[in-house]
Design a binder for this molecule. Structure first.
Ligand code: MV4
Length: 446
């Protein structure tokens, strides 16, 4: 096992990883930017290094500075958290070349799955359903037209270097296609340095279902069931829950088994997520793989009773998974609300600033993962998530009631948060009765 882990991240997830390390008896090295200097969670680490100025490019994205902190701090492993460098295959490789263990997949697996077209090819080989579309990258407008005629409109042009909704373009009819293709390729080249695009049939009103997996370095792969993340706005998830409330049992089994097949085919190790979209007939299609731990991992932890961060660290250290698929139960229902420093009444505009007063909810079945505290100043430079409120209850109805109770207890004074917006969602009949899709928030509440 590792002696000392450097956490190449900040905020809530840095705190979450420090906690897991402490329980494993591992020392921790934190990094911080000038904007996070003095943040109280840094005190929980054994050592902390400043890696630069407030803007991410000047601190949390500085590979050389982070490696130097790991070397000076004597870290034998680096946990990347999510965001920042967590899915940067070059960073992953530099860490390996510095004889430090990256707590994540191999750079090769990360590279392969980070390219959405090659991930799609692996899915096909593994007999995992993909959305009908082009056979590989689009080489010409003629090819795009031929493919679109075959699968029918509307179609979606996706950047192979994109992901998470970046670099997508819909074409609803043939006359739009050539322009859309050119724009998509130019955008992809400018944003990602890679103009490659592929085509898919546009699936209307899908739900977003993702399967949590964990794989060790000995070829063992298990799934930890699925999460529904359909409640989102502009590709920013607001609420996640497990299990997915609308999946028939046989579909659920098939989607989870598909995720395991894909991960095995990619020779992937680490925790990871396989994303699918599910149409109204419960057909599911592979979309992409997230080769990192995700924000919403706690809902899976609650229903399975497995600490994903501890397990992720153990597999990175070469340990075998201590459980088999049949040992992984899914008990009850867990829901997570992301608490962001944003104004839900003003187009989710970020609201950085000082938290004057704060009371964190608690009680039976309630978990609040947050680095925020009274007197903490939310800096304006980073993602505005300041906490995650997670509940776990026997049934979905009880989980909703528990979340509303916990949201009412949560008090944050001095800045606006998304807590009020969550109350609107959780009391809406469409949400309660599962009549939603990935565009529901925008259609109904904005
Ligand atoms: C799609 C789709 C419809 N049809 N692909 C958006 C993020 C990226 N992971 C893939 N995304 C989508 N791909 C086809 N062929 C709709 C979306 C999509 C979406 C997916 C998951 C969660 C939220 C979403 C919001 C809008 C669109």
């Amino acid at each position: 096992m590792f002696n000392r882990v450097l956490i190449a991240n900040r905020g809530e997830i840095a705190l979450r990883v420090i906690r897991a390390c402490k329980e494993l008896g591992i020392e921790t090295v934190a990094i911080f930017s000038e904007a996070d200097r003095g943040s109280r969670y840094l005190d929980l680490a054994d050592e902390a290094f400043c890696v630069g100025n407030p803007r991410s490019v000047d601190s949390y994205l500085r590979i050389r500075e982070i490696i130097a902190a790991a070397e000076v701090g004597g870290a034998d492993a680096i946990h990347p958290g999510f965001g920042f460098l967590s899915e940067n295959a070059h960073f992953n490789e530099v860490v390996r070349d510095s004889n430090i263990t990256f707590i994540g997949p191999s750079p090769e697996a990360m590279q392969m799955l980070g390219d959405k077209n090659s991930a799609r090819e692996i899915a096909k080989q593994a007999n995992v359903p993909v959305v009908p579309g082009s056979d590989g990258l689009i080489e010409s407008p003629q090819e795009a037209i031929a493919t679109a005629r075959q699968i029918g409109f509307p179609v979606l042009i996706k950047a192979t270097a994109g992901g998470g909704g970046k670099g997508m373009r819909v074409a609803t009819e043939e006359s739009m296609l050539e322009n859309a293709l050119e724009q998509a390729m130019n955008e992809a080249k400018a944003a990602f340095g890679n103009p490659g695009v592929y085509l898919e049939k546009y699936v209307e009103q899908p739900r977003h279902v993702e399967v949590q997996i964990i794989a060790d370095k000995h070829g063992n792969v298990v799934h930890l069931w699925e999460r529904d993340c359909s409640t989102q706005r502009r590709h920013q998830k607001l609420i996640e829950e497990s299990p997915a409330p609308t999946l028939p049992e046989e579909v659920r089994k098939a989607i989870c088994e598909s995720a395991v097949r894909l991960v095995k085919a990619a020779k992937y190790y680490n925790a990871g997520t396989v994303e699918f979209i599910v149409d109204k007939h419960h057909n599911f299609y592979f979309i992409e793989v997230n080769a990192r731990i995700q924000v919403e991992h706690p809902v899976t932890e609650m229903v399975t009773g497995i600490d994903l961060i501890k397990q992720q660290i153990r597999v990175a250290a070469g340990e075998k998974l201590p459980f088999k698929q049949k040992d992984i139960a899914c008990r009850g229902v867990a829901i997570e609300c992301r608490i962001n420093a944003e104004d839900g009444d003003k187009n989710f505009q970020p609201c950085p600033g000082k938290i004057e007063e704060m009371f964190a909810p608690g009680g039976f079945g309630v978990r609040f993962d947050s680095h925020a505290h009274p007197g903490y100043s939310v800096p304006p430079y980073y993602d505005s998530m300041i906490g995650k409120l997670i509940v776990h209850q026997p049934t979905r109805a009880e989980a909703i009631a528990c979340m509303l109770r916990a949201l009412a207890e949560l008090r944050i004074k001095g800045i606006k948060t998304t807590a009020e917006f969550h109350k609107k969602i959780l009391t809406h009949p469409d949400w309660i009765e599962n009549r939603i899709d990935t565009k529901w928030v925008e259609r109904t509440l904005l």
